[in-house]
Every structure is written in structure tokens, then in C-alpha cells.
Ligand binder design. Structure first.
Ligand SMILES: Nc1ncnc2c1ncn2[C@@H]1O[C@H](COP(=O)(O)OP(=O)(O)OP(=O)(O)O)[C@@H](O)[C@H]1O
Ligand SMILES: [Mg+2]
Length: 247
């Protein structure tokens, strides 16, 4: 199995009111090229922390992360940044849009940073925005958009760069059921038609059934005996696993 991202015995401690707390306590996880993995877990269980570590945006307290075949700890910060830009499209839980850039500029920013003029790609970016229901919003700036629209802009930005791994942190958290379903179908097509790998964090069992595997993060560890495997996962299966784990 060729792996796009791997963690080995990953630990993360945070200082909470002067006390060291273990958020992640030995996470070993592999995501294969073209695989769609979902992680579920209670609020505060460390899901966003795990995605930050895998992308190299944050450093583990112990353990290793391998991204695109490279051990992140062995890279200098600028090399890590370059590897992340090349390898990861990131849908942040809180969007991280740049407030002074238009929708089109936000979505084109990764391409601009990578040195390919987004102007040349404008038609493709507009088409991507239209697929996300954002036609006509290209010239808006983030504060003129609803929460759901901002979320879809951040999804468009993550998809625009064509990276082999998509890290998606609650990508449907602010969307209606219908818009959420459309986003999940779009993400699934990234896997099926483009062979991209996805690591999805969600609270929604309706999102989880799109994945090849569903893992549960509880008390800082991935609960191995509860892992669910697709295809053909049912929403009820996910609900049952969540309630068995008291999530
Ligand atoms: N920089 C930080 N300093 C101290 N504690 C932190 C920091 N970042 C996160 N934490 C703590 O780590 C825990 C995990 O946070 P994280 O954001 O990863 O949770 P989550 O599973 O993504 O939750 P949610 O489902 O609500 O998004 C939380 O208790 C949080 O308070
Ligand atoms: Mg989170």
C-alpha cells in the first residue's frame, strides 16, 4: 500500500491552566493514496489537532508524521511549508479566508503562491465556484458572505490546487443538509475520478458514509475495535458505533 500520510505513535500535550494535558496519546494512522478516511470523535477530542500535525502546521510532542513519503521532523520549516503546499489541500474548520481578498482571489491564492498565474486558470476556478453554488459571488469579500458560503469558498480553495491529499475539517458544519450532501458528493468524486486521498473530520454520520473507513478518536486514541469499513456503510451503522462509544 502506497501511503500519502502516516503517523506513528503521535502524542500531543497542551498546557491547560498550567497543567500538561495529553490530547493525543499514541496515534498511528495511515492514509493510502486515493483512500478516503473519516475520523469522528467528541468535541475537544483532538481531531483538528491531528489534522494540524499531519499537515505540518503544528509539531507533535512525540512521535512521527510522514507526509508524501517525507518525515516532517527531518525537514526545515521552509521545506515543510513547500511540502505542505505541494501535498495538501486544507479545508479549515474556521475557513481561514483572507478578509481583504475577493472570493476568486482567495480561491486562486494557492495557485498564485505556487507561481502559476491564477488569471490563466480563471475559467476553471469560476467553474469550481459554480459547482459549489457560488456563481455570482466571485467579486464578494468574505464578510459579505454567509457562514455556509464562506465554508464553500474554503472548500473551493482546497480543491483548486489539485494536491493528492485533502484534509477536510468539518467541511459541512455550516451547510444545509442539501448543500452538505452536494459537497460530500463533490469530495467523493475527487477520490473516485482524480484518485485524491481524503482525511475527513465530521460529526455527521451522513458525511461519514462516503468514506472507505471510519475511525473513532476517543480519549486520545483511535478506537481500533470500532473501525467501520465501506463501501456501503449505512448511516445507522455509524450512529450505532457512536452511541456504543458514548459520542
Ligand atoms: N493551542 C492550544 N493550547 C492549549 N490547548 C489547546 C490548544 N489547541 C487545542 N487545545 C485543546 O486541545 C483539545 C483538542 O482540541 P481540538 O481543536 O483538536 O478538538 P476537536 O476534536 O477538533 O474539537 P471540535 O470537534 O470541537 O472541533 C481541546 O481541549 C482544546 O482546548
Ligand atoms: Mg475541531
Amino acid at each position: 500500500m502506497e501511503v500519502i500520510a502516516r503517523t506513528n505513535e503521535l502524542y500531543k500535550f497542551h498546557e491547560v491552566q498550567g497543567e500538561k494535558q495529553a490530547i493525543l496519546r499514541g496515534i498511528s494512522l495511515s492514509v493510502a493514496h486515493g483512500e478516503f478516511v473519516c475520523i469522528m470523535g467528541p468535541s475537544g477530542s483532538g481531531k483538528s489537532t491531528l489534522l494540524h500535525l499531519i499537515s505540518g502546521l503544528d509539531q507533535p510532542s512525540a512521535g512521527e508524521v510522514e507526509l508524501g513519503g517525507a518525515a516532517l521532523a527531518k525537514l526545515a520549516p521552509d521545506e515543510r511549508t513547500l511540502l505542505r503546499r505541494r501535498t495538501v489541500g486544507y479545508v479549515f474548520q474556521f475557513f481561514n479566508l483572507l478578509p481583504n481578498l475577493t472570493v476568486l482571489e482567495n480561491v486562486g491564492l494557492p495557485l498564485a503562491i505556487a507561481g502559476s498565474g491564477p488569471e490563466r486558470e480563471e475559467a476553471r476556478l469560476r467553474e469550481l465556484l459554480a459547482r459549489l453554488g457560488l456563481a455570482g459571488k466571485e467579486r464578494s469579500v468574505p464578510h459579505q458572505l454567509s457562514g455556509g458560503e464562506r465554508q464553500r469558498v474554503s472548500i473551493a480553495r482546497a480543491l483548486a490546487g489539485g494536491q493528492p491529499l485533502l484534509l477536510c475539517d468539518e467541511p459541512t458544519g455550516n451547510l444545509s443538509q442539501k448543500a452538505g450532501l452536494e459537497v460530500m458528493q463533490l469530495l467523493r468524486r475527487c477520490r473516485d475520478e482524480e484518485g485524491r486521498a481524503l482525511l475527513l473530520v465530521t460529526h455527521n454520520p451522513r458525511d461519514a458514509v462516503f468514506a472507505d473507513r471510519v475511525l473513532f478518536l476517543v480519549d486520545g486514541v483511535l478506537s481500533a475495535d470500532r473501525e467501520l469499513a465501506g463501501p456501503g456503510l449505512k448511516v445507522e451503522d455509524v450512529h450505532a458505533a457512536l452511541s456504543a462509544l458514548h459520542i
